[in-house]
Design a protein around this ligand. Structure first.
Ligand SMILES: NC(=O)c1ccc[n+]([C@@H]2O[C@H](COP(=O)([O-])OP(=O)(O)OC[C@H]3O[C@@H](n4cnc5c(N)ncnc54)[C@H](O)[C@@H]3O)[C@@H](O)[C@H]2O)c1
Length: 346
């Protein structure tokens, strides 16, 4: 039995990862300031299912001394999933996003360095950290038949991005690389694509799959989904969690590396195709609002390196994952609170 610390452990990614580790009989410390609406319910869910194996620390990653306190005990790994998710209104970047996502990452790394334990560190970053770079190494093998109309995310791309969120994550990644080299910290960066699944709320910009599934359930129009014809690859949360677990288990072989973790070409769908899947499940037709300036663009990630080095593969097909998620939404409607309600009515 090992002990893990998850920052942002009450968020969508964090609570699903915690649940996976706890089901393997490990102990988990959740470090979260509960700022994301719904995170308190995720905490209740975890405590309800795994009482006695969880320690919850209500703390903020901007508070370095409190982080050092939280790291006093030894952890097999620190999974860093605390962060501010993209908000289309923050086009100018905002100090807060930088303080949480970039400086917050630096604070976590520094707390590990100061405690001098041998914890592994896994950063939940984003494909947005490198989505504008024009360099495409010719040696990079391609992933199945990536469809021409979508933008391929090449894993070896250098950090370059147009969005404020991408810049925060690019800065966070640079701190991780620097701590890995300068202090021999055992780190892995996972650049996440479009994860979706249970306990996702659908009210953040990138949570377009959840928005479609929730809209289908309530028979509403889908808003902020971008061009419904553009392909995007989708990753079910269980597969993401498995990749994070594998990154820890294989840390001796993969430390210092960066992997793209997304659904890849075989799990790519356009919102229109997703609407077709949902129509088969619900019997109702999904309508989309007109794309707006901040909407997500289509993209399909190349996941070759994670396949090769982590021996990882998405196992939940997009069709099956959507059905699982829809069934969960249907029986957990009460968890979709006023924020989502607001989005639906907008
Ligand atoms: N879910 C995605 O589609 C996706 C895609 C790419 C990258 N990511 C990144 O992965 C990470 C986790 O994503 P998620 O979907 O679980 O997001 P989430 O919003 O569901 O979870 C983030 C958690 O961090 C907590 N938090 C926020 N600010 C904090 C702070 N200052 N101190 C301590 N805790 C804080 C929130 O309360 C929340 O519980 C984020 O950094 C996100 O940017 C997510």
């Amino acid at each position: 039995m090992a002990r893990f610390l998850i920052t942002g452990g009450c968020g969508f990614v964090g609570c699903n990862l915690a649940d996976r580790l706890l089901r393997d009989d490990h102990r988990v410390v959740l470090f979260d300031n509960l700022s994301r609406p719904g995170s308190d319910r995720n905490l209740e869910w975890l405590v309800g299912n795994h009482a006695g194996k969880i320690t919850f620390i209500k703390g903020d990653v901007r508070d370095s001394s409190y982080l050092e306190y939280a790291m006093k005990k030894k952890h097999a790994a620190v999974f860093h999933a605390a962060g501010m998710v993209p908000d289309p209104s923050s086009t100018l970047g905002g100090q807060e996003g930088f303080e949480i996502n970039a400086r917050g990452t630096l604070n976590v790394l520094d707390a590990i360095r100061k405690t001098r334990d041998n914890s592994s560190f896994v950063l939940m970053s984003s494909v947005c950290a490198a989505d504008s770079s024009p360099d495409r190494p010719s040696s990079q093998p391609t992933d199945d038949s990536l469809v021409n109309s979508s933008k391929e995310v090449v894993e070896a791309r250098s950090l370059d991005t147009n969005s404020p969120y991408g810049r925060w994550m690019a800065a966070a990644e640079q701190y991780v690389r620097s701590y890995s080299r300068s202090f021999a910290l055992r780190t892995v960066i996972l650049r996440l694509g479009s994860p979706y699944g249970i306990r996702q709320r659908g009210d953040a910009e990138h949570e377009w799959v959840a928005r479609c599934v929730i809209a289908a359930h309530f028979g509403r129009e889908v808003i902020d989904c971008g061009d419904p014809n553009q392909l995007r690859d989708m990753l079910y949360i269980d597969d993401l969690v498995e990749a994070a677990y594998l990154a820890f288990q294989r840390i001796d072989d993969v430390q210092g590396e960066t992997f793209t973790i997304s659904g890849g070409a075989t799990n790519a769908m356009s919102p229109l195709e997703l609407a077709g899947e949902l129509e088969q499940i619900t019997g109702t037709n999904l309508c989309f609002s007109k794309p707006c300036r901040h909407d997500q663009l289509g993209r399909v990630a190349n996941i070759y390196r994670a396949r090769k080095s982590l021996a990882w593969e998405p196992t939940v097909s997009a069709s099956f994952g959507v059905r699982k998620f829809y069934n969960w939404i249907r029986s957990n409607e009460h968890l979709l609170d006023s924020t989502v309600e607001h989005k639906r009515a907008a």
